[in-house]
Design a protein around this ligand. Structure first.
Ligand code: AMP
Length: 570
């Protein structure tokens, strides 16, 4: 087995990481550390969060810092302030026995003057978010002309968060002979572009597969009615009494709403999102790390850089739009060798997205069953009994009250005492779940307004290559369908207009007519390509009627091109 000694690290670093409890290098460390010590080539490393990548890039950099150079020698760029702080804190621990080495984090949302003062103390390593780093360079308090190393940590997220311009501007002032290290959990076109624009023939290191979820995470999905989503979350929390989880929501508003509801329903929950102040966020994070908060409800952005090991679950209250985001979310659990569970709650019409996600990340999702009230009561009951059995008794403190307590229980036999003790804690679950329904069967049996109106009618699902990026929206799709005489009166099912494409369902008997209608269609000058993804679907959405008239052309509207071969531009 490879040890840290074998990797060529110096004794000061070895002492520091031994104290931190690092015994054997993680796979990314075993590959990256020798590379950085022995080679000056740029490096693209694909590794999930929680794989030990911070030590992988920072230990060899620390080892190779030039003692006689007091300029900034290494710049580490991170997508969020949370991650920047975390990386800087890790580095502080790694340099505990390396005399004279210092690191400064710079990030937005906190006093710039304090950070400027810190930079003036001449750190060799600066860790920062692109916005604040760029600002510091423009103010000439951060000089990057002598950089030996530039690290782009979680590069995919930096690009997702729109930091491309800042990266361009920062990189412009850096020397050509620096070594660039790019770390990313996923590989996609923008990351590849960064690698080809800013790096010189980088070597590749991959741990696990590209764009794949962490190895030791199990993935489950639960199908519920949209209106039962929150109840499903509650049940998942209730059936796991020792849950310590991040609950991912899509928007700040939803994050706050779900956290508020959970708190109102007596769960140990807090929210973090972009509108929470830095001090509040630090407070919440500390409470979550200390397990004083069980459920941390978060947006994707706010959760970046959260360094909490041994989470029991990651809960996707909603599916993220991109599979990369799911990889990041689920990578929050199953860290540093422990196993984890990532759960997705979907409604009926989102079920197919799970299959899509499976394909993209190469993992299988098992369909989970939302626990029934009985399952939960049983689980809670035994958890409580276990806790009573295992609780430590403080004989000294309780001793003086014992006689009085025994007197109170006088005349009560053992069985009665047990029943009363358990009921005291447990009645709230019994009460809450006494008339509860099975959320799983509700999905299958509900004949309400969400089902297809025409008995026996089936939908086919279509995908077109235009989405919100071209100003396309639901109204535009309806308008286009309405303009087609061949589609008069067609029933339309679910519609999902996404950033770069749209998926919609339509009465399957109109399939050929629809495909013909879209031949030669354009949106804002872009050729519309349509494909049929699936047929024979039962829709879960109240169907809408199409084919009721025309509409005027404008941006975002697909138009049939009347010219033969030639495409008209709008
Ligand atoms: P990272 O991927 O850098 O965020 O690291 C995830 C967690 O694993 C951090 O808490 C590290 O301190 C910890 N860690 C990193 N390397 C090792 C190692 N070789 N042995 C044990 N823990 C580690």
């Amino acid at each position: 087995m490879i040890t840290f000694n074998d990797l060529g690290l110096n004794p000061m670093i070895l002492q520091a990481i031994t104290e931190m409890g690092f015994e054997t290098p993680t796979p990314i460390q075993a590959k990256t550390i020798p590379h950085l010590i022995n080679s000056e080539n740029d490096l693209v490393a694909l590794a999930q969060t929680g794989t030990g990548k911070t030590a992988a890039f920072s230990l060899p950099i620390i080892q190779q810092l030039n003692d006689n150079d007091d300029s900034v020698q290494a710049l580490i760029l991170c997508p969020t302030r949370e991650l920047a702080i975390q990386v800087a804190n890790d580095i502080k621990k790694y340099v505990k026995y390396s005399p004279g080495v210092s690191v400064v984090p710079v990030y937005g949302g906190e006093s710039i003057t304090t950070q400027i003062r810190a930079l003036k103390r001449k750190p060799q390593i600066v860790v920062g978010t692109p916005g604040r780093v760029n600002d510091m360079i423009k103010r000439r308090v951060l000089k990057v002309g002598s950089l030996g190393w530039l690290v782009l940590d979680e590069a995919d997220e930096m690009l997702n968060m729109g930091f491309k311009e800042e990266l361009d501007s920062i990189l412009e002032g850096t020397p050509d002979d620096k070594q660039v290290l790019l770390f990313s959990a996923t590989m996609n076109a923008p990351v590849r572009r960064i690698a080809s624009n800013y790096m010189k023939k980088p070597d590749d290191i991959t741990v696990g597969n590209k764009n794949k979820g962490a190895e030791n995470v199990q993935h489950f999905f639960y199908v519920v009615h949209e209106r039962d989503r929150y109840q499903a979350l509650r049940r998942i929390a209730d059936v796991n009494p020792d849950i310590h989880a991040i609950v991912f929501c899509r928007t700040r508003r939803e994050t706050q709403q779900i956290a508020d509801k959970l708190i109102q329903d007596h769960y140990s929950a807090e929210a973090i999102h972009g509108e929470i102040s830095q001090s509040q966020r630090t407070l919440v994070m500390n409470r979550f790390k200390e397990k004083k908060v069980q459920l941390l409800v978060a947006t994707d952005v706010a959760a970046r850089g959260i360094d909490v090991n041994k989470l029991t679950h990651v809960i996707n209250y909603n599916l993220p739009e991109r599979s990369e985001a799911y990889v990041h979310r689920s990578g929050r659990t199953g860290r540093a060798g422990s196993s984890g569970i990532s759960l997705v709650i979907v409604n009926m019409r989102e079920k197919y997205k799970v299959r899509d996600l499976e394909r993209r990340i190469g993992k299988t999702f098992e369909q989970g069953k939302i626990p029934t009230g009985d399952d939960i009561c049983e689980m809670q009951l035994f958890s409580m009994v276990d806790k009573v059995c295992n609780v430590e008794v403080n004989e000294d403190q309780i001793g003086k009250y014992l006689d009085l307590i025994k007197k109170k229980f006088e005349g009560m036999d053992r069985d009665e005492l047990i029943k009363k003790l358990v009921s005291e804690e447990f009645n709230r679950f019994l009460e809450y779940y006494k008339n509860s329904v099975d959320l799983n069967t509700r999905v299958g049996s509900d004949k309400g307004g969400e089902r297809s109106g025409k008995p026996g009618m089936l939908f086919a699902r279509f995908r077109i290559n235009v989405g919100r990026n071209l100003g396309f929206n639901l109204k535009e799709l309806f308008a286009f369908l309405n303009e087609q005489p061949a589609l008069k009166g067609v029933e339309i099912g679910n519609i999902d207009v996404m950033k770069e494409h749209t998926v919609f369902e339509l009465d399957e008997t109109f399939k050929e007519k629809l495909l013909t209608s879209f031949a030669d269609a354009e949106v804002d000058g872009h050729e519309v390509k349509i494909s049929c993804e699936a047929t024979g679907l039962q829709s879960t959405r109240a169907p809408k009627k199409g084919g009721s008239g025309g509409g005027r052309g404008r941006r975002g509207r697909p138009r049939r091109n009347p010219g033969k071969g030639k495409r008209r531009r709008y």
